[in-house]
Design a protein around this ligand. Structure first.
Ligand code: AVI
Length: 325
């Protein structure tokens, strides 16, 4: 009998470490300085992000969940029996809503989660297997890129690739372009893409979501420096930086920074890197783009995806887009 759980590690930790070092040297030698947001997600960073998702001010997670709860059955009816692939599956909480919808139809259940965090992936896979006795999981610990390169042979009539949580918004327009081309390249004719995206809205709602009163987002942002210290024998003093997040209305994006409280020099010994920061100098740590549903559907059409349906919440704060290649 075939095992119901198959989890593969796609990247040797050494390679991740190597890319991380190159990205950090490049980002910190540039002006203005920046650090790629994908490095937020060490163990503590992933846990802090899960806490962000529970915050009163951070509406995206619960809004996306509510939309899925309302429309998962409709999504399942459109795609029919299908294999679920998920990029950035994390705790797979939202995936359960889709799995329930397919299970209620009597469909076979197969799930291909891809996540950079091995511990979160294996914990959620074990919990899923016990809650869904007929589910088979064929997952990958690794980057999205590696996961997409190693997708298993499809077993069910079609596939639905889910990219939820508005993570697409953390890519620059160019990265987004490359990524969508990539998705179009790995999916076969007739297969589906389900995207969760945060929509444009008032500055006050957006800025509150990234400047929560408990300071969890600030801790999440500052944890990046702790991660750098740990990885590269660094001496960032976390008390000498502060979190800042603004909505850039022209670019329709939240920009998150770490601001230097005073002039300081920081060393990352194992990278042989020293950087100087001016008082109030900022390092860009994340952009979080906010979309317009019509524009996004048009952009996806230009990549070869046929827009099937979009769903949103009563406030139109968040959108789910289903398209087919
Ligand atoms: C993962 N990503 C979609 C989150 C976002 O809203 O851009 C990351 C985050 N950054 C601060 N709060 C949450």
């Amino acid at each position: 009998r075939q095992s119901r759980l198959n989890l593969k590690h796609l990247t040797a930790p050494k390679d991740i470490h190597h890319d991380f070092g190159i990205d950090v040297v490049e980002g910190l030698n540039k002006f203005p300085k920046s650090i790629p947001s994908k490095y937020f997600y060490d163990q503590l960073g992933s846990e802090l992000f899960e806490r962000i998702c529970d915050l009163d001010e951070y509406y995206p997670t619960r809004t996306e969940t509510a939309i899925l709860q309302s429309y998962a059955a409709e999504i399942a009816a459109i795609t029919g029996e299908c294999e679920l692939i998920e990029l950035g599956s994390g705790s797979s909480t939202k995936t359960r809503i889709l799995l329930d919808a397919y299970r209620d139809r009597g469909d076979r259940l197969r799930y291909v989660p891809i996540d950079i965090s091995g511990s979160i992936l294996s914990n959620s896979a074990i919990a899923l297997l016990s809650d869904y006795p007929t589910l088979a999981i064929d997952g990958f610990v690794g980057t999205y890129e590696l996961g997409l390169q190693h997708l298993p042979q499809p077993h069910l009539p079609t596939r639905l690739l889910c990219f939820l949580g508005s993570t697409l918004g953390n890519f620059s327009p160019d990265e987004c372009d490359v990524f969508c081309d990539r998705l179009a390249g790995v999916l076969q004719a007739g297969e589906y893409l389900l995207l969760g995206i945060d929509l444009q809205k008032s500055k006050s709602v957006l800025e509150a979501a990234y400047n929560d009163r408990l300071g969890v987002t600030a801790a999440f942002n500052l944890n990046l420096l702790r991660h750098l210290n740990y990885k590269f024998e660094g001496d960032f003093d976390l008390t000498r930086f502060e979190h800042a997040a603004f909505y850039n209305q022209e670019q329709h994006q939240i920009e998150m920074y770490l601001r230097s409280l005073g002039r300081q020099r920081v060393n990352l010994r194992s990278l042989d890197l020293s950087i100087d920061l001016e008082p109030n100098e900022t390092m860009l740590t994340e952009i979080s783009r906010k979309f317009n549903l019509k524009h996004l559907a048009r952009d996806l059409e230009s990549k070869g995806f046929r827009h099937i349906r979009s769903w949103t919440d009563p406030n139109h704060w968040y959108g789910l887009v289903l398209c087919q290649i």
